[in-house]
Design a protein around this ligand. Structure first.
Ligand code: PSU
Ligand code: MN
Length: 303
C-alpha cells in the first residue's frame, strides 16, 4: 500500500523550511475554522505564523484540503478555511473519511497530532487542548488519547477553560503524558493565569525543553510532551469572569441540545460573545505566545 499523496503546497513549505535550517512548527486549523470567529481567526493565523517565523522556524498549518492532506495552506485554501466555507471539523477518527470524501477538513489537536506523525513534525503549537468535559465526564476529547500515542512537543496554555481541569490533568497523568510548566509551577487556566493545580515539573528555557525531550525519546517514550504556559498577564481574563461566562455557556449548550463534536465550538463561540471580546484578546495573545515558544523549541532541537 502506498502512502497517500500530499497536497502540492506541502512540498513548497517543507523545501523552504529546509533552506532555513529545517525547524518546523505545526499549527492546527480547527482553531481557525471552528474555534475563533471571523475576523479574529485571520488575526490568529497571521500572528501565529509571524511568531513562528520570527523565532527562526517555519509554520506549517495542517489540514485536509479537498481531500488531500496538506502541510501549509495556499492562499485559496486559507481563505476558504477562514470563511468557514463548507469546512468540517476533523478529529483523528475523521481523517480517512475526509480524504475519501474529497472534503475540506480543519484538524483538531488530535488530528494535527496524527498529521505530525505522517509528516515527521516534532513541535506543534496550539491554544488549549481538549480534555474531560465538565457536565459529561464520558465526553472526553480524542486529543487526550492521541497525545498518549504521538511523540510531539505541544505548546499550549493548558486545556480549554470550559473543561474539568483537575480531571483532565489526572487523565494526562494516567496516559503517561508529561505536563511541563514553562515559567510556571501550576497548570494555567487558558484565558486566565492561575488554576491552583500544581505541576510536577517546570523548565524555563527552550534548551531545557529540548534536553528533556531528547531524554523522553531516548527512553523510547511514545507520548507527547505538553509544555504549558499562562496567557500573557496583560491580556489574561480574571477567573471569575471566565467562570461566569462558562457556566452560562454550558447552560445554553444544554438548553440547545448541543451534542458531540459541536459542543466545543458552541461553547467557545458563546463565551466569546458573553465576554465581549475580552476572551478573544486573551485567546489571540496566548496563541501567538505559544507559537513563539514552539518556534524557539523547534530551533533549540536543531542545536
Ligand atoms: N482550543 C481553542 N480553540 C479551539 C480548540 C481548542 O482555544 O478551537 C479546538 C482544538 O482543535 C481542539 C478541539 O483539539 O477544539 C477539541 O474539540 P473536542 O473537545 O470536540 O475534542
Ligand atoms: Mn467530545
Amino acid at each position: 500500500m502506498s502512502a497517500h499523496p500530499l497536497h502540492p503546497s506541502s512540498t513548497a513549505v517543507i523545501d523552504a523550511a529546509r533552506q532555513r535550517g529545517g525547524a518546523l512548527v505545526a499549527l492546527e486549523s480547527s482553531v481557525l475554522a471552528q474555534g475563533l470567529l471571523p475576523p479574529f481567526n485571520r488575526e490568529a493565523a497571521t500572528r501565529m505564523m509571524r511568531a513562528v517565523t520570527d523565532a527562526g522556524a517555519t509554520p506549517v498549518i495542517t489540514a485536509i484540503v479537498r481531500g488531500v492532506p496538506a502541510f501549509g495552506l495556499d492562499d485559496d485554501a486559507l481563505e476558504r478555511f477562514l470563511a468557514r466555507d463548507g469546512v468540517r471539523k476533523v478529529s483523528a477518527r475523521d481523517l480517512g473519511i475526509a480524504v475519501a470524501d474529497g472534503a475540506d477538513g480543519a484538524t483538531t489537536v488530535a488530528a494535527t497530532l496524527a498529521m505530525c506523525a505522517l509528516g515527521s513534525l516534532e513541535v506543534f503549537a496550539t491554544g488549549g487542548i481538549g480534555g474531560v468535559h465538565r457536565d459529561a465526564p464520558f465526553d472526553e476529547s480524542a486529543d487526550l488519547v492521541e497525545l498518549a500515542r504521538t511523540p510531539v512537543i505541544v505548546t499550549c496554555a493548558g486545556a480549554k477553560s470550559i473543561l474539568d481541569l483537575p480531571a483532565t490533568l489526572e487523565r494526562l497523568e494516567t496516559l503517561g503524558v508529561p505536563v511541563v510548566g514553562y515559567g510556571t509551577d501550576e497548570l494555567p487556566g487558558f484565558f486566565s493565569v492561575s488554576t491552583g493545580l500544581r505541576l510536577t515539573s517546570r523548565i524555563d528555557t527552550p534548551a531545557g525543553i529540548a534536553r528533556a525531550w531528547r531524554a523522553h525519546r531516548a527512553l523510547g517514550r511514545q507520548s507527547a510532551m505538553l509544555v504549558v504556559q499562562p496567557p500573557p498577564a496583560e491580556h489574561a481574563v480574571p477567573v471569575d469572569v471566565v467562570e461566569a461566562a462558562t457556566a452560562a455557556a454550558l447552560m445554553a449548550a444544554r438548553d440547545a441540545g448541543i451534542r458531540g463534536a459541536a459542543v466545543t465550538p458552541f461553547l467557545l463561540a458563546d463565551i466569546q460573545q458573553r465576554t465581549q471580546g475580552r476572551s478573544v484578546q486573551a485567546n489571540l495573545a496566548l496563541l501567538e505566545n505559544n507559537a513563539r515558544l514552539a518556534g524557539q523549541i523547534a530551533v533549540a532541537l536543531r542545536a
